[in-house]
Design a binder for this molecule. Structure first.
Ligand code: NAP
Ligand code: MG
Length: 487
């Protein structure tokens, strides 16, 4: 790795107006590299560059198929360099190498998926009688601002960049201070694909300075944010002041309901992925499992065995898929999750396993399972954003649904049953943007993703997300000299 990484603005690699951020390796707590720290002036330069690209129609005037090919080229470039990127991502984010590899492949997939769709965005004609011809056309908003979280930094930047570029927007990306290093690959990918300077700008800076400057910049036309509710609310307020749309993806406290006919082996496999993948730092994590009383003991025991079987340590030493887990992103996040575990014990949840930090350098938390969790306990209401599962018993099906819906969030949910009628009737009642039946995380880049309630608004992924990045123009043409259509 290099010792210092710069920001990329208007096709140039620049230092940060606010000096540097020290990026640590969360698996050791040691300094990894310095990252240029952008100030509001740097953000302004990036937004101005993007605005210039947009106003010159450099992207929007292209034939969509050609723009789509360039977007796909970015994905190919990332794929070709996936080993090098994954190594950096593992070191800065703490995740196992195999998880980082999945993330890079997932990132490349966004560019393929959206790049393929550049030429499929079509308007329609609207009949107004013989004296008119009316049609709609879609146009990019212009400057797309994207504020990135640290949990899946590579996939999150890909998700918004690929869709925004496909639709002809110029982009300014504010990366997360915890793990911004591997993001320079997006700049290299944009250059490789032939995007003009200013079309893709990648900057790291602090949320309170660079993030605020970007989200409140008067020349930004559209904002995409993934992160916490508090920051999401601040960004929505900034967007409202400038009357620009924003898409908010703000995490959750997602629940799986297990019915008494569920396949328990299958459920345990979903728990492995649902709460221990990325050390549980997943907005759509399966953080609550709602189980019938008669299965409470068996599911608790098996979830506990699973948690104990995970080998926890540095991601760079965990190169192969298997029962292993990396560190959390930072001491702050680890200690926050730890405090929530301690509170759960005080409130009367039973610790099946875990609940402590690891006695070694780095920001590790034991894979943790609580049972006998009551729906109103803090551990059942607050997003832990760590490898902590709450098992909540229920008596009746109605109660299970009401527990599942009983938080301020509504990102995803799940149902485990062999009975399709029961699955469908639950799916309809669950207040969440996505319902997984018999497999947590079922779906892909093709399936729309986003929340109900405090989990945010707007949808990422899928064709639906493309509409975040375009606005409709209606063009009505008066023809001939017949009677006017005004009524
Ligand atoms: P956060 O504050 O929401 O950070 C997300 C991004 O927003 C980062 O790039 C951050 O910059 C930036 N930011 C922070 N304050 C800002 C502001 N006032 N205006 C504009 N941008 C701003 O989240 P966090 O502090 O990293 O994590 C806190 C909690 O958020 C977690 O415990 C978890 O519950 C939740 N979270 C959810 C997701 C998700 O996928 N939905 C992802 C991450 C975190 P910095 O990098 O400088 O902070
Ligand atoms: Mg923060």
């Amino acid at each position: 790795m290099k010792s210092y990484y710069k920001n990329y603005v208007d096709g140039q690699w620049i230092d940060g107006g606010s000096g540097v951020i020290s990026v640590d390796n969360p698996a050791t707590g040691e300094h990894l590299a310095d990252q240029a720290c952008a100030n509001s002036k740097d953000i302004d330069l990036a937004v101005k560059a993007a605005k210039r690209v947009h106003e010159a129609n450099l992207l929007s005037a292209m034939r969509p198929v050609d723009r789509g090919r360039m977007v796909k080229q970015m994905g190919k470039f990332l794929e070709q360099n996936s080993s090098a990127i994954a190594e950096e991502l593992t070191l800065e984010a703490g995740k196992p190498l195999w998880e980082a590899e999945i993330e890079i492949r997932g990132a490349a997939r966004y560019f393929e998926y959206y790049g393929n769709q550049a030429e499929t965005i079509e308007g329609k004609s609207i009949p107004l009688g013989e004296n008119y011809y009316d049609f709609t056309a879609y146009e990019p908003f212009g400057v797309s601002a994207q504020i990135i979280p640290w949990n899946f930094p590579f996939e999150m930047s890909s998700r918004s960049l690929s869709a925004a570029l496909t639709t002809g927007n110029a982009c300014v990306v504010k990366t997360a201070e915890n793990d911004p290093i591997s993001q320079y690959w997006f700049a290299k990918a944009a250059e490789y694909a032939g995007f003009p300077p200013g079309a893709v700008n990648i900057l790291c800076g602090l949320g309170k300075e660079a993030g605020v400057a970007l989200s409140s910049h008067p020349d930004v036309n559209q904002i995409v944010f993934t992160g916490s509710v508090t920051t999401g609310s601040a960004i929505a307020s900034a967007a409202a002041k400038n009357i620009v749309p924003c898409t908010l993806e703000l995490g959750g406290k997602s629940a799986a309901i297990v019915y008494d006919d569920a396949d328990i082996d299958n459920l345990i496999d979903s728990i492995r992925w649902g709460i221990f993948y990325n050390a549980g730092q997943v907005c759509s994590a399966m953080s609550r499992v709602i189980v019938p009383q008669n299965l409470h003991g068996e599911i608790s025991e098996r979830a506990g065995e699973l948690a104990k079987s995970l080998s926890v340590g540095p991601g760079s030493e965990r190169t192969e898929f298997g029962f292993n887990m990396g560190s959390m992103i930072s001491e702050l996040q680890r200690d926050r999750a730890l405090a929530l575990c301690q509170k759960a014990q005080i409130e009367g949840a039973t610790t099946v396993t875990g609940g402590h930090k690891l006695n070694r350098p780095g920001w590790f938390l034991e894979p943790t399972v609580f049972n006998n969790v009551k729906p109103d306990m803090e551990i059942a209401q607050v997003e832990v954003f760590g490898p902590v599962l709450s098992i909540i018993p229920y008596e009746t099906d109605e109660q299970a649904i009401s527990i599942a819906n009983g938080t301020e969030y509504g990102l995803v949910s799940g149902v485990f049953t062999k009975d399709l009628d029961r699955a469908m009737s639950s799916a309809k009642k669950m207040r969440a943007g996505q319902v997984f039946v018999n497999e947590w995380f079922a779906g892909g880049v093709e399936t729309p993703f986003g929340g109900y309630g405090k989990s945010g608004y707007g949808r990422e992924k899928g064709r639906e997300a493309l509409w975040n990045y375009i606005q409709t123009k209606n063009i009505a043409i008066r023809l001939g000299k017949g009677a006017a259509g005004r009524a």
